[in-house]
Design a protein around this ligand. Structure first.
Ligand SMILES: [Zn+2]
Length: 89
């Protein structure tokens, strides 16, 4: 269940970032999976797709980078690197 909360938290961050920037939709999400986050990109993607349903991030393209440095202080985290947004005019 750990990854469920990681992804929930990530969606929360994405949602508040999108609101800050006045975005109506998030079209892309770039994340880094820490070396000790114990989640594979495919598994992360499944959780992301499920957790993003009904949010601004629904249908967003997911770009996942897997980190290998186990000594990184954030190696247990899933890091939100950037989002791509759609601004309605
Ligand atoms: Zn899972």
């Amino acid at each position: 269940m750990h990854e469920f909360f990681l992804v929930k938290d990530l969606i929360r961050k994405i949602t508040s970032l999108a609101h800050e920037q006045g975005a109506s939709r998030v079209t892309g999400v770039i994340v880094k999976l820490g070396a000790l986050s114990h989640i594979s990109p495919d598994h992360f993607r499944e959780h992301f797709i499920h957790a993003s349903l009904g949010t601004v991030a629904e249908g967003a393209r997911l770009n996942i980078e897997v980190l290998t440095d186990v000594t990184d202080p954030q190696s247990q985290e899933v890091l939100l690197e950037n989002i791509e947004i759609y601004l309605a005019t």
